[in-house]
Design a protein around this ligand. Sequence first.
Ligand SMILES: Nc1ncnc2c1ncn2[C@@H]1O[C@H](COP(=O)(O)OP(=O)(O)OP(=O)(O)O)[C@@H](O)[C@H]1O
Ligand SMILES: [Zn+2]
Length: 839
Amino acid sequence: MESLFGDLFDDLESKSARFADVILPVPIPKMFTYKIPKSLEGEVGIGFRVMVQFGSKKVLTGIIGKVHQKPPKEYEAKPILDVLDSYAMVNPLQIKFWSWMAEYYCCHIGEVMNAALPAGLKLSSESKIQLNPTFDTETSPYPLDEREEVILQALASKSELSYDECEQLLGIKSIHGIIKSLVIKEAIIVFEQVKDKYTPKVESRIRFSQPFVEDRKSLETLFDELSAKPKQEEILLKYLQEVPIYQRPELNVKGLDKRIFADAGLSMSSLKTLIKNGVLEEYKLIISRFEEIQGNDEEVTLSEEQNRAIEEIKSSFQEKQVNLLHGITGSGKTEIYIKLIEEAIASGSQVLLLLPEIALTTQIVSRLQKVFGSKMGIYHSKFSDNERVEVWNGVISGKFSFVVGVRSSIFLPFDSLGLIIVDEEHESSYKQFEPSPRFHARDAAIMLSWLHQAKTLLGSATPSFESYFNARIKKYGYVQLLNRYGDASLPEFLISDILVDKKKQLLKLDFTRLMREKIQEALNNQEQVLIFQNRRGYAPYISCEDCGWIPECEHCDVSLTYHQYSEEMRCHYCGFKEKIPKVCPACGSGKLSAVGLGTERIEESLSLLFPEARIARMDLDTTRSKYGYQRILEDFGAGNVDVLVGTQMITKGLDFDRVTVVGILDADRILYFPDFRAGERAFQQITQVAGRAGRREKRGVVIIQSRKPDHFLFDQVIKGDYKGFYLQDMAERQKFFYPPFVKLIKVSCRHKDYKLAEKAARHLHNLLLEVQVKKIMLGPEKGLIGKIKNQYIFETLVKLDKSGNAQAIFKHELRRILESMYANKEFRSVRIIIDVDPY
Ligand SMILES: Nc1ncnc2c1ncn2[C@@H]1O[C@H](COP(=O)(O)OP(=O)(O)OP(=O)(O)O)[C@@H](O)[C@H]1O
Ligand SMILES: [Zn+2]
């Protein structure tokens, strides 16, 4: 392990370091060495953002990854131009983590940095500046010099300026020193052009001018004077009523939100007069974007089983770094997490709880907020960049000792993690496919916690087979919860044969009779129903009944999905859209029909079958807005919806009292997917969605529609025989060399020229063949989807022996081969993508 990071920490403390290796946001495999100029000695260290010249013209912002004494051999080191921070934005553990990630996932550390930093912390020479709204030349304690004045004056008339514009304005070559000085004086704010500006959220506030607070006499005189001006008097009385400065003068500092006066119907012009006369003053208060929430810990009594699990986890952590908590759906894992988090925080550690994207907007977060209040930071991908920067800074300052977040929260600047919990650890959304680094947040979290000497708890009702495998070979600890919390029992399963109903003409709008009856029953009892279909849009595609023509994307090798609501066909890979043709462009027939089932169509069918029911839909198309999920779930929770149709989104952690029926409309689609994990995924999906039913007193029922009701998987899902299914699937994986028995690396070549993509892939394949390690190679062949966004894709799949150092050798050789590919003129334009653990 140590060798991975080399001598990163050699000169960590060295004040006299003369060189700094800087991580730059460019696709180049290594760090670049720069000279630390005398003027910056002692002011920079690991994790500081610096400006450096890259190439002959570009100025880039990078982060110092290492400081040392050794001049580079191959080139003359240029000096660092400037430092942006007065403290490190990134800590040494993070740099270690980034290095590990670049190494493991075969990518560049600059790419990892890019993924890690919220855009608001990434500066480039394209950055722009604006006035800081709270800055006031009159009251600022820092005098500005002449050149700084020029910049500020220019900003007064133009709301923003680029670095280049500033340089032109002053006729100088490098503006960085001046910008930095203005930032330190809090006169300006630097922001990234492409993103929203960093605008601190400000509130206009009113308070008494200081003399009146200090001298009670003057306040009394003032009221005497104002007795003839009742409107002004009213305002002051309102103020004193809200802010009793007689008793508590210190409260005046924060003053009152200006809107309070307007809301109370008081005269705004009198308020202005009071400000003009110096009685009151107006100032701007920077406020956090996150509401202050007070935690109020309602006592929860843990069940005997929950208590036992906690004890087992704690004792297992004595010897194992990682523990797997395998607790059936509704077993109450959240309360166990809460207990462990509380203990970790109390012992002075930081805690990270990872959740899949969608689960973050559900009940689990409000439950956690009740317990942890504002101590808890939330890191969500739907948050604005401003909010992300606030969480980042909050972790550094210690405001947030606990963060709950999506996969990218593993990059937050923690320096003393004690515990990482990965909830729903089997979730595929923990894997980032695009862009690089193509990391898996669960695996990376385990590494991260190793670097912190912390513990990792993986939780799931349906663990990933890798994690369960690791538990079985005793690499991980293993703790089970076998019962649902309270008196709830697991739901009853009913399999409904689509073909039988079809034959008997009982199938109506794709719903079998049994399914319809159970839904109707629930509606009659004022209970709620979830209908699951993992396909959005109206229908997977349109087809001509006469000639069989199917519309395809112009840019990708996939058929277009039919969206009825927006009356168009869309490519789910590149976003291409097209109007629906009136007649078949191939044969002219007017008989075009929608084939297959999407969530939109199911929603429509439900409203025809159950006209009295209130129906809602939750999929990517209905949840694009920031609060999209939340709104639908709140509606459902409040009982404003009877039937909710959705994709896998409706499976994640939902916990609603009144759901008694869960319907899976097309289980076969889940079963037959060309992937070695199809079985595992199907078992997980069906168990998870079924797990939403009957989580309270009343037992739930799950209806599965299928054309193959005898499939062995159904039997095992119904029995809850996770282990049986696992063992069966593992035997197959071992026989055909799939994970966890081997390591997979996928190497693909992409190019808009089909022939060139294929040729590059063959060439690369041959080079990989020469690498002397125990391995199996498949391909190169066209990707499962042969073309995406006009790029043809050819893939080679490498299966590496897990024992020994085959992996390390192979990855090392792979880097060398990639460099040779890029150096080869013919293939320079081919995009080569490495995906380690491509699943
Ligand atoms: N000790 C407790 N006291 C009161 N209620 C509890 C307790 N433990 C769990 N519950 C309740 O039981 C329900 C199920 O718990 P929870 O949602 O944590 O299950 P889970 O294990 O995460 O299930 P899933 O894997 O299906 O998401 C919740 O409504 C929760 O509030
Ligand atoms: Zn497309």
